[in-house]
Design a protein around this ligand. Sequence first.
Ligand code: TYD
Ligand code: MG
Length: 447
Amino acid sequence: MSRTTATFLCAECGAASPRWAGRCPSCGAWNSISETATIAPTKKAAAPLVATPLHGVDETGTVARPSGVGELDRVLGGGFVPGSTTLLFGEPGIGKSTLALMTLRAHAARGERVLLVAAEESASQVAQRARRLGDVPDGLDVIATSDVAAAAATLLAHPPTLCVVDSVSAMVDDSVGSVAGSVTQVRHAADILCGIAKQTGTALVLVGHVTKDGELSGPRALEHLVDTVVRVDGDRHGALRLVRALKHRFGPTGEVGLLEMSGDGLREVPDPSLTLRGEGLDVPGVATTVITDGSRSLVVEIQALVATGSGSPRRVAHQVSSQRLSLLLAVLEARCHVDVSGSDVFATTAGGLPAVEPAADLALALAVASVAKGVCIPRSWAALGEVGLAGELRSVGSLTRRLKELSRLGITTVLVPLAGDVEEIPGLTVVRCRSLLDAIHAVTTGS
Ligand code: TYD
Ligand code: MG
């Protein structure tokens, strides 16, 4: 027995409420709430279940199987878990379909049968994209449909080891009285397909779109429903793509995967530090630092430019924190006699990787100071440390690991805060600085 009740759902965030309101109490969106009929199960007497001793439970069902894309495996801690659902989301054009197709191809190449549910493209469009990535192996099947019931029936009839639905936002079920792309439709599609994946042991990947403000359109309501949420981002005009797990029921979420978009798909970056640092010029305004991301240490180049602008001075921070930049400009003025308050200041990283952690403060401040003073920081130098409001340098974590990475790339001198133990690294001179002023002095005098 079941009964039909009225629920009010927000089209923006998917929050349910028992009554209508002009403004969603959950996300604050206006006029986004509409009524939907839902089926609520009535209480019935249930038979008791037989409880199993936990130590006797079979764990093999949760063992991840390689996705075939090394960087994705790094993020997922091994690969996709059979029967689990992964939401793969990112901005349009970032490479979600390409990444999904690469993992499908890798599964098929090792003899598995996999399925792509193409809800937005025709089978021939998919074939064209697949051929760009190389020969198409046997075992990679495609159905071009946006019908949830048809996809569900196909999955149940011949369960593949991996199924990608591209995209879940386009899936519709005619029996649901809501327009395609609405939260109700997307949630319904995900619910049905997730259930089938769990039942059949198929690893399911749902591709989701994000809207311009970075929220998952509709699929934000899916986050709690799926086991894993993976985001692909990066600067669409550059080649670098970052892959991260925001939620992962089967492992940690701190790892970052780095891929490069090329003419034939996404490629692993063989030596990320080397690629990110690039072939910088010996000009004022360039400083090298090293950031940590998950278990990775990555060397990045920070660039700053100070220019005389007309009107009110602009501060443009790209891939570096705009708050940290403002703070550092204030500290440079108040504690170090470097006054750029009347000028435009631009700061960015070379290579497209964000360097927003406080450990990048010193390099960012030195880049600005060096351009203001017209001196070059030698390319064999690097700097790391958080800058405090008094201009003092604060210690950073994983110092030895960071220094080893700098040394590997040929850095010979590193400016670091006073605090923090470091192992001696052959060929690397560590210069301890108490303050930003000390570090500027070291850079301008070369000692
Ligand atoms: P796509 O995977 O379609 O992005 P999404 O599914 O996230 O919208 O890829 C988008 C861009 O990548 C598109 O502009 C074409 C480009 N691309 C390549 O540069 N190389 C390739 O091998 C492929 C398949 C795509
Ligand atoms: Mg796509």
